[in-house]
Each structure stands twice: as structure tokens, then as C-alpha cells.
Write a protein that binds this ligand. Structure first.
Ligand SMILES: Nc1nc2c(c(=O)[nH]1)N[C@H]1C(S)=C(S)[C@@H](COP(=O)(O)O)O[C@H]1N2
Ligand SMILES: [Mo]
Length: 318
């Protein structure tokens, strides 16, 4: 595959609509302050795409049939509350976010804990491209050519012990760089987790880029998780810590609203969010903008992952 050149598409193609799936309402209901980003650096977003990364080959085993959303769709309509609550805020406010040098602390139930530089983390892994469907809990979706490597390969390197039943991931805490962290919108830093067998599943992907380029900051540079059969909020961005644990980790959205955002968060059209249906989704982009399509169980990956939940009541463990 040739290094990708992003197409020139007017940003106006993606309207930053005020949708009624707005999760700020629940935050308001919890008595948390609405966020104002006064003081955040505002830039005349020149939005230069990040440098082309090494060549990657598309893995045909993981290539969704749908054609991918555009570079602009994927990089201008983001959830990254550390940089603001509106879909356009992360692109605007994360321009100067420093992702080098970067390191990841590995701790907990493993034989090789330590602090690893980003270069250490990436070095042994061949990068590949996978085109995955991506479904946010807010009922919008897209199709993304991610670049990365299997999470299982990374986790195995640190030799988890037999007590490691879960793995927890943590985002950088840095209110000076992340204006959203100056307000108690969520409990910072953002934390997410997976059961060990979910984390070791071949679909779980450590992402460092998209469309053959290094990740733009707003998409979670330099290292983020993508778990395509789960709602998007499981895909934690800008990871600085990996912890193996015996107990199920607490996770940010689950702490904020446990009745609305479960730990499992498997995409499930049959289990509605308390405030909206999950039966359909709005696919971002182009002529389909606004069209609603059916949401598939496990986001269309049921054949691969349903067996992980054989003995679980998915209405209870949502
Ligand atoms: N640290 C952190 N990670 C995060 C979020 C966030 O606010 N902070 N938002 C989540 C949500 S709700 C979604 S839908 C995806 C969005 O990823 P994208 O911007 O690359 O589409 O990131 C997830 N990871
Ligand atoms: Mo989301």
C-alpha cells in the first residue's frame, strides 16, 4: 500500500450538529460543572496531517467490506474530553499536545514491570492496517483504516502472571496540556479496562496511526486502544499506563454513570441506553450522512467474539 494522501474535503461536510445523544446531560444531572474552555489555547488550526509512517500492509483478515470514512470525517469529529466536549474541540485544542518523548508504565501482575519508552513499546511489532467498523455509544459510527499491532502481542511481552485476570489502561494526566482536565467532567485520568481474554483476543488492536500516517493528536496519539466489538469509549486514548490486575478495574464512564455505561460495553442493538435506542446508528460521512443503519450485535464481529460471553447474561453485564 502506498503512503496515503488525505483527500481534500471541506470540513463543512461534517456538520457539528447538536445531537440529543449529548452525554453532557448526564454529567449535568450528576451535578458536575459544565466545562468551559476559557484559557485553552485556540489555534487557527492549520491541521497539517502527521508525517507518513512506515509502509503498512492491509490485513485482509480484518478488512470491513464498507469503504472507510474520509480522513476529515475521522479526524474532525472526535470524542476526547481532555480537550473539550464538542466534537470539533479535540482537533482544535490538541494541536500542540506533546506526544514525544512518551513512555508507558507497565505494572501489576506481570513478571516484567517497568517504564518503557514509546520506542521500546513499538520496536518489536510489525505494523499492519485493519479496516474496522467503529460504533460510539452515542449511536454514530464510522469505518476506519487503523494502523497498529495486536494488543495480545504487547501484553504477552510483559509476562502476565496467572493472577492477571484483567488489564487496566490509563490516559495521561496533564491539566496544563489538557484543558478538559481542569474541570471535573469525568474522574481524571481517563481509565478503561478489559478482561484478560478480551484483551488477548486477536481483534483487540493497539493503534498508532490511521490512513498510513501516525495518529493525529485528536485521535489519541501516540498510542490508543481499539476494540471493535465494543462501544467507542472502551478505546482509551494517549495511554501512559498498563496494569495487570486480579480485580475488574474501575473505568471512567462506568464511574460517571454506572447505569448507562457498563464495564463490558459490547455493542448490542437489543440493549438500549436508558435515554436512547441502540438499534440503529448514524454512519458519518458523505451522502450517507444522516442515514440510519441497523446496529449489529457485537458491531458485526459476533462470529469472532460471541463465545467470550457464552455464559453471561448480556442484559446484566452490558
Ligand atoms: N482518554 C480518552 N479516551 C477516549 C475518550 C476520551 O474522552 N478520553 N473518548 C472515547 C470515546 S467516547 C470515543 S467514541 C472514542 C473516539 O475516538 P476517535 O476520536 O478516534 O473517533 O474515543 C474514546 N477514548
Ligand atoms: Mo463514544
Amino acid at each position: 500500500m502506498k503512503p496515503y494522501r488525505p483527500p481534500r474535503i471541506a470540513p463543512s461536510e461534517i456538520t457539528s450538529e447538536r445531537d440529543y445523544f449529548d452525554r453532557r446531560r448526564v454529567l449535568g444531572a450528576l451535578g458536575l460543572a459544565a466545562i468551559g474552555l476559557a484559557g485553552a489555547a485556540r489555534h487557527a488550526s492549520a491541521a497539517t496531517p502527521p508525517a507518513a509512517a512506515p509502509r503498512v500492509t492491509r490485513n485482509p483478515r480484518y478488512a470491513a467490506k464498507e469503504s472507510p470514512n474520509s480522513w476529515d470525517d475521522i479526524t474532525s469529529y472526535n470524542n476526547f474530553y481532555e480537550f473539550g466536549l464538542d466534537k470539533g474541540d479535540p482537533k482544535e485544542n490538541a494541536q500542540d499536545f506533546r506526544t514525544r518523548p512518551w513512555s508507558v508504565e507497565v505494572t501489576g501482575e506481570c513478571e516484567a514491570p517497568g517504564k518503557y519508552t514509546l520506542e521500546d513499546i513499538l520496536k518489536p511489532h510489525a505494523l499492519e492496517e485493519r479496516v474496522y467498523r467503529f460504533r460510539c455509544v452515542e449511536a454514530w459510527s464510522m469505518v476506519v483504516p487503523w494502523m497498529g499491532f495486536p494488543l495480545a502481542d504487547l501484553l504477552a511481552r510483559f509476562k502476565p502472571t496467572s493472577r492477571a485476570k484483567y488489564v487496566e489502561f490509563t490516559t495521561l494526566l496533564d491539566p496544563r496540556q489538557m484543558p478538559g482536565q481542569r474541570r471535573a467532567v469525568l474522574e481524571w485520568p481517563y481509565v478503561e479496562g478489559l478482561r484478560m481474554d478480551e484483551a488477548m483476543h486477536p481483534l483487540s488492536f493497539m493503534v498508532v496511526g490511521l490512513y498510513g500516517r501516525w495518529l493525529p493528536n485528536q485521535n489519541g496519539a501516540p498510542l490508543r486502544l481499539v476494540v471493535p466489538w465494543k462501544y467507542g469509549f472502551k478505546g482509551i486514548k494517549s495511554i501512559v499506563r498498563i496494569r495487570y490486575t486480579e480485580r475488574q478495574p474501575r473505568s471512567s464512564w462506568n464511574i460517571a454513570a454506572p447505569d448507562e455505561y457498563g464495564f463490558y460495553a459490547n455493542v448490542n442493538p437489543a440493549v438500549d441506553h436508558p435515554r436512547w435506542s441502540q438499534a440503529k446508528e448514524r454512519r458519518l460521512g458523505g451522502s450517507l450522512f444522516g442515514a440510519r443503519i441497523d446496529t449489529l450485535p457485537f458491531n458485526g464481529y459476533a462470529e469472532d467474539v460471541a463465545s467470550l460471553y457464552r455464559n453471561m447474561d448480556l442484559r446484566r453485564y452490558f
